[in-house]
Design a protein around this ligand. Structure first.
Ligand SMILES: [Cu+2]
Length: 186
């Protein structure tokens, strides 16, 4: 370490900054955004993979039943939000989560028939909902900050009890989801 420090001293201030940036940034990114790729459910009907952010065309957005923006700053100034947080669609409807900003994904928490879905980080993704019921979902790295949302399919609220509480509802997630669900049943 002493040898390295002396070496860095000799390089100059601007190069130190560059060097530290290049060394630290990939390591931090990998640690923050590690998700289990094997859990990704490929809904081949409407998953957009391996595209840059803002890859989704106006035509693709117009073809779905709801577009949810994945945001670093939500409409009310909160960090890490989906907008809107509630989607109400018919059976067979499609939701597109748009990677409006990087660093987000979609992972189901509660779903009818215990359906699993997990999209890739930083990418827009879509899902076709063929099973009625309540779906709650999170952004894998930002659930505790309240980056959560709800999809109601076919006006079916029969799994309300399961949707109200779940072991994955960390931090702000629980209160935000429960507020949305209480609005539905009121
Ligand atoms: Cu996020």
């Amino acid at each position: 370490m002493i040898i390295r420090r002396n070496l860095i001293r000799g390089i100059g201030a601007s190069l130190i900054g560059l060097s530290a940036h290049n060394i630290l940034k990939p390591a931090l990114a990998a640690k923050s955004f590690k998700i289990e790729e094997e859990n990704i459910c490929n809904n081949e009907d409407f998953v957009i993979h391996n595209e840059p952010v803002n890859d989704v065309t106006e035509i693709q957005m117009a073809a779905v039943d709801d577009v949810v923006h994945m945001l670093n700053v939500g409409p009310n100034g909160s960090r890490f939000r989906y907008d809107p947080m509630l989607s109400v669609i018919d059976v067979g409807g499609k939701v597109l989560w748009k990677a409006t900003t990087k660093g987000h994904n979609v992972e189901f928490m509660v779903a009818p028939d215990d359906i699993k879905y997990k999209s890739k980080m930083h990418k827009s993704a879509g899902y076709t909902f063929t099973t009625p019921g309540i779906y709650t979902y999170k952004c894998t790295p930002h659930v505790s900050a309240g980056m959560v949302g709800v999809v109601v399919v076919g006006n079916d609220l029969s799994n309300m009890e399961a949707a109200m509480d779940n072991s994955q509802y960390y931090g702000q997630a629980k209160e935000l989801i429960q507020d949305i669900l209480k609005g539905l049943s009121a």
